[in-house]
Design a protein around this ligand. Sequence first.
Ligand SMILES: [Zn+2]
Ligand SMILES: [Zn+2]
Length: 217
Amino acid sequence: MTSCLLCFQALKSEVSWDWKWLFGEKRLCCRTCFSSFEALGKHLCERCSKESAVSVCNDCQNKQFYLDSNKSIFRYNDFAKNYMKKYKFQGDYIIGAIFQQELKQIFIKSNAIIVPIPISKERKLERGFNQTAGMLKQAGIKYEELLARKHSEKQSKKTKKERLESEQVFYLQREICHQQEIVLFDDIYTTGSTLNLAAQQLKKAGVKRVSAVTIFR
Ligand SMILES: [Zn+2]
Ligand SMILES: [Zn+2]
């Protein structure tokens, strides 16, 4: 019997709640758990996915950003925070698969190179996997690890101001020739500064457009 990856309740007793599951997709988490991930509202800033009554939010107005846009899916609520704690910090790799439907839907039509935000080699040794590449891999999405990251102090230990001003930590793993578009993938969008630093390196290398997809906002 299959159990929900998040609460371990048996999935068998539950009536199939999503037709997609009927067609070859394995059910990975129960309805109760999945509905605890809150979808973002309808009115979002077209650049950063912040909930906003106007098309470009206050944060994004007058801001010179290398990142052209960000699309997020769910609100980073307490349930999401617990999920990320389990996945990222307690190393529960398999739960990185539960957003495979959402990711497939977003990336299916994309011709761009999809690049997961990297972690440093040191962090990867400590954690065992890169959480962003892990989500893409488990969703069966083709990606390229174009960027690498220098080891630095843990982001969560820094203040918001420090994060905004933080220095460049990314570098290219190979040369890029005439690439029109790259889509960066990250788990959480907080201030956008991490994605912006990654976008800066890619634009410097000649990429025309750099956008992002993030699970949580
Ligand atoms: Zn569950
Ligand atoms: Zn915005």
